[in-house]
Design a protein around this ligand. Structure first.
Ligand SMILES: *Cc1c(COP(=O)(O)O)cnc(C)c1O
Length: 389
């Protein structure tokens, strides 16, 4: 079976994990800070906080942005549910802004329209869909006008670059950026996530929130029993906020650090495969690549086709089952978040998201990963073209 996405593990990744297992700290040790430093350096941000998943990173960043009851978070309907859930967990509301039909990213016009009617918006969370960076300058200036902060969901976009060549995650137009290290993403930690920021106050808040709200950094301790003759008591620790256990382990951090050494190769191979798919699916009647721009900028997390299933006389389910019978995996990214039963119960629906709806009806992600060979890719192309008729 050729899956739609997959990680790549080398012997040096295995040895990196073995070294941690043979050492004295398998969690809360030095590998975590090394990983944080490496990601911060790679993307060009001052600070990075590693956590247990991309979803945990989103949750903590919404808390750090002060989302709470009465405040809203705006995001794209075409994303994984975790992006929107980050607004709900702290008791806030979620508002969706329709996508641009060409980029599949949140449309700045749709965002502007929402901000003009809605004074409760506190955070805007653009998603760099499939690794293609959003129009961050435009989004940042709209956010500034509305006095909202920007959190970039870069779960697809580690290694992607903006037009000016800076890396996604440098936070030049956002307060925070989040990444995921789930195995289908650019690099694998097993499970893992990261928040980058240039803001030291936010950084310190995130460090506390990740570990129960306990102050283990050098922030001032609040209660007098912290000190004995002005010396810090050795047993003392202090919970200053309501936090979570969202820590990552040294085992995961060490794997991800080793993986990060290879990211430029990973993306270069993905880019080559994307160019080959683009060429193969150019000029077809019933099928086209969902994103045609930004090939040098994108992190190339996914390759999505838009297929006019009505005109080929197959439902998407039939199409996917036929691919699967030929040992080819495919997936739909994503079921629009407002369509999920939980969101419908909150009053959401797809009525006002014409572009998201049209995209969703046609979308199909086909295999894209570092180890996909040219032969396998040609087989995927041939099989899909035969099904298209
Ligand atoms: C994968 C993903 C997440 C969540 O990351 P996890 O590490 O799986 O929790 C969030 N947003 C988007 C867009 C994703 O693709």
């Amino acid at each position: 079976m050729i899956p739609y996405g997959k990680h790549h593990i080398d012997e040096d990744d295995i040895q990196a994990v073995v070294r941690v297992l043979q050492g004295s700290m398998i969690t809360q040790g030095p590998a975590i800070e090394l990983f944080e430093k490496k990601v911060a350096d790679y993307v060009g941000a001052k600070f990075a906080v590693a956590v247990s998943s991309g979803s945990a990173a989103l949750h903590l960043s919404a808390l750090a942005a002060d989302i709470q009851p009465g405040r809203s978070l705006v995001t794209s309907p075409i994303t994984f549910v975790a992006t929107a859930n980050a607004g709900l967990h702290p008791g806030g509301d979620v508002i969706f802004a329709d996508i641009d039909p060409e980029t599949i990213n949140m449309s700045p016009e749709a965002l502007q329209n929402i901000l003009s009617k809605n004074k409760s918006v506190r955070a805007i969370v653009p998603v760099h869909f499939a690794g293609l960076p959003c129009d961050m300058k435009n989004i940042k200036s709209l956010a500034d006008e509305a006095e909202a902060v920007v959190i970039e969901d870069a779960a697809h976009a580690l290694g992607a670059t903006y037009d000016n060549g800076n890396k996604v995650g440098c936070c030049e137009n956002s307060l925070m950026t989040i990444f995921s290290f789930h195995p289908v993403k650019a690099i694998a930690a097993g499970e893992g996530g990261m928040i980058t920021t240039n803001d030291e106050v936010i950084y310190r808040k995130l460090l506390k929130l990740r570990s129960h709200g306990i102050n283990k950094i050098d922030d001032p301790l609040l209660l007098p029993e912290a000190y004995d003759d002005s010396e810090r008591n050795p047993w003392y620790y202090e919970m200053q906020e309501l936090g979570f256990h969202y820590r990552i382990t040294d085992i995961q951090s060490s794997l991800a650090t080793s993986q990060l050494n290879k990211i430029d190769d990973f993306i270069a191979r993905r880019r080559t495969l994307v160019m080959q798919y683009d060429k193969a699916f150019k000029g077809l009647k019933n099928c086209r690549p969902a994103q045609i721009m930004g090939k040098e900028q994108s992190g190339h997390h996914l390759y999505v086709l838009r297929i006019d299933f009505n005109s080929i006389g197959l439902t998407r389910g039939q199409f996917m089952r036929a691919l699967s019978a030929s040992n080819i995996g495919s997936q739909v990214h994503y079921i629009p978040v407002p369509l999920h039963p939980y969101y419908q119960k909150l009053g959401h629906n797809l009525n006002s998201f014409k572009n998201a709806k049209e995209y969703y009806d046609q979308a199909l992600s086909i295999p894209l990963f570092y180890d996909l060979t040219d032969d396998e890719q040609n087989y995927v192309i041939k099989t899909i073209k035969a099904l298209l008729g």
